[in-house]
Design a protein. Sequence first.
Length: 164
Amino acid sequence: MLQDCVPSGIIATSRVRGLRFDDSKVLPHPEMPCPMPFNKIHVPRDLPRDICAEINRELHESLVATCGVNPEDDFSLIVRHDPVDMMFHPTFLGKRNPDATIVIEIVLLGGRTEAQKEHLFRDMRQRLDTIGFPAENSIMYLMENNPVDWSFSPVGSVKTALGL
């Protein structure tokens, strides 16, 4: 199951921290990080902070539940925009209020299946509805990348820092 979540060499959840998948075998690898996401939530400038915090919390919980993200890895930015700077078609693939639309941008290490991505999008829309934010006023997209595409230290990429 966890191998279905991530590609060879990538960790699936904190329960397997310190392990990596290699051709369906689990091998010790203490430095390998879990596939943490980096999220940007673009919101209208006047969206209340408590709603933004709820959206962020629900997004993180959805990523943990659907994509095997480590529960401790919560990296997010809330980016506020004036409504005139947020230009969205009001009826493309569904009706929405362009002045109240949010954009959820998710970047994480590659390896999720199409089914997991679809589940993430459905789950997150349900969570938005649950907190009282109209899910139709959301646009979400996910971008996957590799350890060489992340850097948290002066050494360089995560790939270089961990010797992957």
